[in-house]
Design a protein around this ligand. Structure first.
Ligand SMILES: CC(C)(COP(=O)(O)OP(=O)(O)OC[C@H]1O[C@@H](n2cnc3c(N)ncnc32)[C@H](O)[C@@H]1OP(=O)(O)O)[C@@H](O)C(=O)NCCC(=O)NCCS
Length: 104
């Protein structure tokens, strides 16, 4: 738990990392994810989902999650996993948090 720059860099530059980037000249949002298999289940693991502060609360985060769901379905993944820190969950509220992360 916590911020570990070396570990995070390793994670981001992992050969199996895949990116969804949003923006034109400037990067506005991104997600880093990987196709993984855990306990015999094929899944998309979303390691990062970041929306620039000035672009937040305009539906971009949800669109990225929707895109991940579509990618997962296209590649026959069974689920999407996103780790959410308890603090973020508490600030969103449990209902919002599960809603934001739920599979659709
Ligand atoms: C979390 C994050 C990705 C959300 O992206 P976003 O583009 O602002 O989210 P959206 O506008 O698509 O909102 C999606 C839902 O979450 C809710 N939401 C978003 N930010 C919220 C907040 N701070 N508090 C409560 N609800 C929030 C929205 O109301 C919406 O729910 P609704 O459709 O039921 O109204 C963005 O705030 C962010 O990048 N935060 C910093 C990084 C981070 O915490 N990443 C997540 C873990 S890797």
């Amino acid at each position: 738990m916590g911020w570990h720059p070396t570990q995070k860099r390793k994670e981001l530059y992992h050969r199996e990392s895949r990116f969804l980037l949003v923006g034109n000249d400037t990067l506005v949002a991104f997600s880093m994810f990987r196709f993984e298999r855990e306990d015999d289940v094929d899944l998309i693991y979303c390691y990062e989902l970041q929306v620039a502060p000035e672009a937040q609360r305009q539906g971009l985060g949800r669109k990225i999650v929707d895109a991940l769901v579509r990618i997962g379905k296209a590649y026959n993944m069974e689920k999407i996993v996103l780790t959410v820190f308890l603090g973020l969950c508490l600030s969103f509220g449990p209902t919002r948090c599960s809603c934001f992360c739920s599979q659709r």
